[in-house]
Design a protein around this ligand. Structure first.
Ligand SMILES: NC(=O)c1ccc[n+]([C@@H]2O[C@H](COP(=O)([O-])OP(=O)(O)OC[C@H]3O[C@@H](n4cnc5c(N)ncnc54)[C@H](O)[C@@H]3O)[C@@H](O)[C@H]2O)c1
Length: 244
């Protein structure tokens, strides 16, 4: 008897935030290549996302009302999620003693509250399906703290706590919740950093290179798939050993 390829997502709906570019787009493309129905959400949509997504939605994950409306709309359109990738993220770097309140709040609102808003709307939908996998994109800087990133480190550390709490709350419904913690990844976000910071990141890795977005997407695919059926509440680093 032929068994189903565990990385074939035919018949599965995958919601991805921050899907217009970078890691989110790599996830959207990876799931789409494996036959998933991808719902890509972002502040601004791109042609690349529209090309691979079943549905592309303009959405600010920091806005709880907009997130609730989007989730209801998708559920009504038979696009309730089997998989969620909370990937939307921003940085507003600066040492904490000079950090404006607005930069603190903006980073917490998107990176941490954004994931909370979407999970609050989506896990009841997943519960009615009796299954689900959520992958939250945190960062090694949420684990180790990073100079100049008090807001970002706090948000990403908070996302790890949120991941574990929701994993506890949802395990009995067959919903798994995990986090992926990338080191530096070659995206627009990383390009904003000074050259010496990027060089230091390469030197910190054991593999002599920073990640490509697809390196992160591959781990997300694994966690979303039945190959990870007994994995929940975990944080997996995709960092070439940078954290060590
Ligand atoms: N690039 C890295 O080095 C790195 C390292 C560790 C973790 N991460 C995390 O990975 C995730 C993706 O990062 P990336 O490097 O691809 O960044 P990116 O800046 O290339 O892409 C982020 C995407 O999120 C979208 N976005 C921002 N605010 C949003 C909002 N309020 N609502 C919806 N979408 C929003 C942006 O429009 C953009 O398309 C982020 O959570 C980031 O913190 C990145």
């Amino acid at each position: 008897m032929k068994t189903r390829d565990p990385l074939d997502f035919t018949g599965r709906v995958v919601w991805i935030t921050g899907a217009a570019r970078g890691i989110g787009l790599a996830c959207a493309e990876a799931f789409s290549q494996r036959n998933a129905q991808v719902v890509g959400m972002d502040l601004q949509l791109t042609d690349a996302l529209k090309l691979c997504a079943t549905r592309a939605l303009e959405l600010d994950v920091a806005n709880p009302v907009a997130v609730a409306e989007a989730a209801a709309l998708l559920a009504e359109s038979s696009l309730a999620p089997d998989v969620i990738v909370n990937n939307a993220g921003i940085t507003r770097d600066g040492v904490h003693w000079k950090m404006p309140e607005a930069d603190w709040s903006a980073v917490l609102d998107v990176n941490l509250s954004g994931a909370f808003h979407l999970m609050r709307e989506a896990t009841p939908l997943m519960r009615s399906l009796g299954r689900g996998s959520i992958v939250n994109i945190t960062s090694i800087n949420g684990e180790r703290g990073k100079f100049g990133q008090a807001n970002y480190s706090a948000a990403k550390a908070g996302l790890i706590g949120l991941t574990k709490a929701v994993a506890r709350e949802c395990g009995r419904f067959g919903i798994r919740v995990n986090a992926v913690a990338p080191g530096m990844v070659a995206t627009e976000m990383a390009k904003q950093l000074p050259d010496q910071v990027a060089q230091k990141a390469i030197e910190e890795t054991l593999l002599g290179r920073i990640a490509q977005p697809v390196d992160v997407a591959n781990c997300v695919l694994f966690l979303a798939s039945p190959l990870a059926a007994h994995i929940t509440g975990q944080v997996i680093r995709v960092d070439g050993g940078q954290y060590l």
